[in-house]
Write a protein that binds this ligand. Structure first.
Ligand code: GTP
Ligand code: MG
Length: 317
């Protein structure tokens, strides 16, 4: 593990991290990213495939990453998890690439006397200044499918453009065909007013990351007994205006927010991007369906076909 020693401590980063403990309203700061690395230059023409698993804290992202890896192993596909959460707990699957080998929230909190949020921001700023580390780690898995398990703090792509910068680096510098898989917890969104809040957070991720995007309603098993199939379908493929009219949102809402609710419903309707795929992490069918959508978006199969001639040359040699 690369330990954070005092000599690594960059004063500029330290100041940013300290400021982050007391953010000022509406303030964002620009990050300098390192884009130069020998690995990056060597592999400029290589097309890589992967998915960024995103969503609020506790939405089931790491569980989904593990389920999808397990499913891929069952069907004979190779894939690896890249842990981008410097505060991640150990899981039953090992991360192939782990940001905690570079820097971890625990170390930063201890060595720099920062709280968990300041430490998280410090970790990502440190990563952005040391992207050559990520390039080198990814360079070892040029042909492999990578699943990026991201942290749940929404401010990492709204307030501070950390994840958008990393995504840009992966797609533009490392030639990744990436898809964002955005998880929302079913028990949270299965109520019209909460649904719109979740839909807005999903749209915000889509707009800021500028990636092809699928939404997933996670932990479906937790609501199965409380909701019939017909109602569930209305959340998976929602008609926003109908939800406002029929679910009593108008009556329940404070009249002051009635127009706002209608505007949000209009916006969600206009974008037409808030369909959800159902996820039960322990149900292989549900995992297989989501993977097939991700594969369509990232054109994984086409990448495999392109690789075939090389494989044949290897065999003949
Ligand atoms: N019932 C049920 N529980 C789930 C499911 N997926 C995840 N969980 C549980 O939800 C909790 C959070 O899951 P994680 O996978 O750690 O969620 P996360 O989004 O990675 O969380 P952070 O990394 O902290 O943001 C854990 O207790 C999981 O066991 C699911 O499909 N069904
Ligand atoms: Mg996690």
């Amino acid at each position: 593990m690369r330990k954070i020693l005092p000599k690594f401590i960059d004063d500029e980063l330290k100041d940013h991290a300290r400021e982050a403990k007391q953010p000022k309203a509406g303030e964002a700061f620009t990050l300098q990213t390192s884009t130069q690395s020998s690995v990056l230059l060597d592999n400029n023409n290589m097309s890589r495939v992967g998915t960024m698993v995103l969503g609020p804290a506790g939405a089931g992202k790491s569980t989904f990453c593990n389920s999808i890896i397990s499913h891929m192993q069952t069907i004979g596909r190779r894939a690896h998890i890249v842990n981008l959460d410097p505060a991640a707990e150990a899981t039953k699957y090992e991360f192939t690439i782990d940001i905690r080998d570079l820097i971890s929230v625990d170390d930063v909190m201890e060595e720099m006397d920062l709280g968990p949020n300041g430490a998280l921001i410090y970790c990502f700023e440190y990563l952005l200044k040391n992207l050559d580390w990520l390039d080198e780690e990814i360079g070892d898995f040029n042909d492999e499918y990578l699943i990026f398990d991201c942290p749940g703090q929404i401010e990492l792509y709204t307030h501070i453009p950390v994840l958008p910068n990393i995504v840009r680096h992966l797609t533009q510098q490392l030639n990744f065909n990436l898809c964002a898989t955005y998880l929302l917890e079913a028990p949270f969104v299965i109520d019209s007013s909460k649904f719109f809040s979740g839909a807005l957070s999903a749209m915000s991720a889509m707009i800021l990351l500028e990636l092809p995007h699928i939404n997933v309603l996670s932990k479906l098993d937790l609501i199965k007994g409380d909701i019939n199939k017909r109602k569930l379908k209305r959340f998976l493929n929602p008609d926003a205006m109908l939800m406002i009219e029929t679910d009593g949102m108008n009556q329940e809402s404070n009249p002051k927010f009635l127009r706002l609710n209608q505007c949000i419903a209009n916006l969600v309707d206009d974008f037409g991007m808030v369909q959800f795929l159902p996820l039960e992490s322990n149900n292989p069918d549900s995992i297989a369906t989501i993977l097939s959508y991700i594969d369509d978006i990232t054109q994984w199969a086409e990448g495999q076909e392109q690789k075939e001639p090389d494989d044949q040359i290897d065999v003949e040699e």
